[in-house]
Design a protein around this ligand. Structure first.
Ligand SMILES: NC(=O)c1ccc[n+]([C@@H]2O[C@H](COP(=O)([O-])OP(=O)(O)OC[C@H]3O[C@@H](n4cnc5c(N)ncnc54)[C@H](OP(=O)(O)O)[C@@H]3O)[C@@H](O)[C@H]2O)c1
Ligand SMILES: *[C@@H]1O[C@H](CO)[C@@H](O)[C@H](O)[C@H]1NC(C)=O
Length: 315
């Protein structure tokens, strides 16, 4: 049995790697030209990089983040210091839009609002319908802020995070589905290794990512049964060098992060090629996951060995 696994795992790995790389060959940036794409959570990080790639490829890009909603809250309520900070953030998001235009996007716009509120999700999709006349790709990428530490027992926080990281994904999918059915479009869901295997110090986050897998993998089955021609791509990412992730985890994680620019491109490629799942980086996501069903405790151990709990910041 041990020997079988020793042989089987590398062979399976090779076969999967071959499938992955050979299908990647078919991608051409022109495939995105003139396509209408929503990218959520695009004010920073991987979402921002996806917006730039799409812009270079000549897509119509509609990006979202909270920015303007935050600004509206500012009126009267908050002190000057916070106000300045928030204005700076708003400008940053507008800079993303400006840069998309400069890079060659067919069009670029920002729609702002918090994904905690389900009414916002509907409005976002309505803007796409009104201003772009339809939608070819919905990239769900935003995540609410959480903590990086032992689970603190705050149930309210889990609920809030489920709203932002999970329910808003469901709501946006429901609202966008008529348009996606018309275009034979794609849904791209950005998830994580933490949505496939238990990870310490991100318990609420991990729960929301597992929920995405359950919802979208089941929905994919129904689409297949009903011949709904809308693809669903679930993206399983390892540690990526975005500002927020580095600030939260770089001290504690014994791993070198992968670059957000390449990560963003792999997500777009996978979505465009209508792949079922995207693994980035492949070697640190898909390959370890091969252990999950056969040697779960070994995988758990390998995951734990990547952390230095003594370096966690005092909660
Ligand atoms: N970086 C990693 O190591 C890593 C690893 C695995 C998976 N991922 C996944 O990759 C995706 C992107 O990660 P990232 O590191 O690029 O994230 P990030 O840099 O923290 O960006 C998060 C984005 O979500 C937006 N956002 C936050 N709260 C929001 C809310 N309530 N309503 C609407 N928008 C909100 C933020 O903009 P505002 O604050 O302006 O609203 C921002 O644009 C996520 O799904 C994440 O789970 C990342
Ligand atoms: C489904 O949509 C894709 C992309 O829009 C298209 O290439 C394909 O022909 C469609 N398939 C069917 C069966 O309509």
């Amino acid at each position: 049995m041990g020997l079988l696994q020793k042989i089987l795992i590398p062979i399976l790995g090779l076969v999967l790697a071959f499938c992955f790389y050979s299908s990647r060959e078919n991608f051409k940036p022109e495939m995105l030209k003139g396509k209408r794409v929503i990218v959520t959570g695009a004010s920073t990080g991987i979402g921002e990089q996806m917006a730039y790639h799409l812009a270079r490829m000549g897509a119509h890009v509609l990006v979202t983040a909270r920015t303007e909603a935050k600004l509206q809250q500012v009126n009267g309520k908050l002190g000057t210091h916070t106000c300045t900070h928030r204005h700076r953030k708003a400008n940053l998001t507008l800079q993303v839009v400006e840069r998309c235009r400069a890079l060659g996007a067919s069009s670029a716009r920002l729609v702002s609002g918090s994904m905690e509120d389900m009414a916002t999700t509907r409005q976002l999709v309505e803007v796409a319908e009104a201003e772009l006349g339809g939608l070819d790709m919905l990239i769900l990428n935003h995540v609410g802020k959480s903590y990086f530490n032992y689970f603190d027992g705050d149930v309210g926080h889990v609920q809030k995070l489920l709203n932002i990281n999970f329910l808003s994904y469901v709501a946006m999918t429901v609202s966008a589905l008529p348009m996606l059915k018309r275009s034979g479009g794609s849904i791209v869901v950005v998830s994580s290794m933490a949505g496939k295997v238990g990870f310490p110090f991100t318990v609420p986050y991990s729960a929301t990512k597992f929920a995405l897998d359950g919802f979208f993998s089941s929905l994919r089955q129904e689409f297949s049964i009903q011949s709904v021609n809308v693809s669903i791509t679930l993206c399983i990412l390892g540690f990526i060098d975005t500002e927020n992730a580095m600030r939260a985890a770089a001290d504690v994680l014994l791993m070198s992060p992968a670059p957000k620019e390449e990560c963003a491109l792999e997500i777009i490629k996978g979505g465009t090629l209508r792949q079922r799942e995207v693994y980035y980086r492949y070697a640190s996501t898909k390959l370890p996951l091969l252990l999950r069903d056969w040697a779960a405790e070994l995988l758990d151990l390998l995951v734990r060995q990547r952390y230095r709990p003594e370096r966690l910041r005092a909660a």
